[in-house]
Design a protein around this ligand. Structure first.
Ligand code: SAM
Length: 381
């Protein structure tokens, strides 16, 4: 093992043997340095959430890192935030390393290691904050996490190919939904994951309010505030729905779970491709993005600038499902692209809402319909 420092926390992590496969998943205990940004944002978001909660100082707030590996994520929560933390992994090597890390950091008074199947642990106990950070898909853990969680559910998914429709059948099996792999596949992935989580929560008369959700090339990560009550769950499910997409570029967003969906495009009459069911509601709460940015500014973390930049994009993007890719539209229209800001200004000047998006630098979100977007793209050239 060797020592690495992330944030204010020094943790022992495995070094792969000389000449061995260097993939993080091939090590005896998993550690992926590329996920530092994910962890930096997690610490900031968890801390921002706790400040919002204004917990009773007499009450213990519990957090579980259900799939811990070296424990680096949960160890940072325990060390940098200080709440009661459980670190769990069913691998014997990981469990030993977690215990060693707890000892070394001197946080044994509020940090516990468990050595269980994560699903067993989550069915045994409720936690205020549940964090799922698995290899690939979180799908096998969502039922237990939805049952266990009280206040905040944090989920990573690294199976972007199934989520985004690149591995279609795998996505259908894991998420009980049909994703569409086109220009907005990254946003599709986030919405398919959130849709599956919403349906798991509703089983327990719980609802989610997305505080922050982001996609990078390698993973999706989301922070969901939990509300209790059947009425809240019913209200949440109204934000589920489908997208009917035509090859001409027109898309129709259809809210509801048992609804009529046009099989023909309302613009050109060609056959629509249907994807869903998925989450069509908000992906972020702008105030929460600001609170998380504030935390990042005040904390020691290696990815501060990059993380803040991304959260600013999240904060400022419109809450309208599915961005448009400017380059794709320009190619279809046979015109060259202008800067994304020029196009956004032109859309706004025409009375529409428009914003950039964290999903892609060449894309935008707007409430304008396709023919109006195309007219404006041609007009500004
Ligand atoms: N959260 C860690 C981090 O930030 O570095 C990475 C976790 S790693 C991707 C996934 C871990 O889950 C592995 O260490 C594996 O042993 C553990 N695991 C997989 N299935 C499990 C299960 N059903 N119960 C408990 N642990 C499990």
């Amino acid at each position: 093992v060797r020592s690495v420092k992330e944030g204010d926390t020094e943790v022992l992590v495995p070094i792969p043997e000389e000449g061995a496969n260097f993939a993080p998943s091939a090590a005896p205990v998993f550690f992926n340095p590329v996920m530092e940004m994910n962890r930096d944002i997690s610490i900031a978001a968890t801390s921002a959430f706790l400040k919002r909660m204004e917990p009773d100082p007499e009450k213990t707030i519990t957090y579980v890192d259900a799939l811990s590996a070296s424990g680096i994520r949960g160890l940072r929560v325990a060390n940098e935030i200080g709440i009661e933390t459980t670190l769990n992994d069913w691998s014997e090597d990981a469990y030993q390393l977690i215990q060693e890390n707890i000892e070394k950091l001197g946080i044994a008074d509020h940090t516990f290691a468990t050595h269980k199947n994560a699903n067993v642990l989550l069915h045994e106990k409720h936690f205020n904050i549940v964090d799922l950070d698995p290899f690939g898909t979180p799908a096998p853990f969502l039922a237990a996490a939805a049952r266990s969680v009280i206040d905040l559910l944090e989920v990573t998914a690294t199976d972007t190919a199934p989520l985004c429709g690149a591995h279609l059948n795998s996505g259908i099996r894991k998420y009980a939904a049909i994703p569409l792999n086109n220009e907005y596949h990254s946003e599709m992935g986030v919405r398919i994951l959130l849709g599956r989580i919403a349906r798991e929560l509703s089983l327990h008369d719980k609802a989610m309010v997305p505080l922050l959700s982001h996609a990078t090339r390698h993973y999706v990560r989301t922070y969901l505030q939990i509300r209790r009550g059947a009425k809240q769950a019913d209200k949440m499910l109204k934000k589920m729905g489908f997208i009917a997409q035509c090859e001409c570029g027109n898309r129709e967003i259809v809210h509801g779970l048992a609804v009529h969906i046009n099989d023909r495009c309302s613009l050109c009459g060609k056959e629509n491709v249907i994807s869903g069911p998925m989450w069509l509601g908000e992906l972020h709460e702008p105030e929460f993005c600001d609170e998380t940015i504030e935390e990042l500014e005040q904390r020691n973390c290696g990815t501060k600038e990059m993380s803040i930049k991304m959260l600013e994009f999240c904060r400022d993007e419109l809450s309208i499902p599915m961005f448009y890719d400017q380059h794709l539209l320009c190619k279809k229209l046979g015109v060259s692209a202008s800067t994304i800001d020029t196009l956004i200004t032109a859309l706004k000047d025409n009375g529409y809402k428009a914003s950039r998006t964290h999903f892609s630098g060449i894309s935008f979100k707007t409430d304008a319909e396709l023919p109006d977007i195309e007219r404006i793209i041609v007009d500004i050239r």
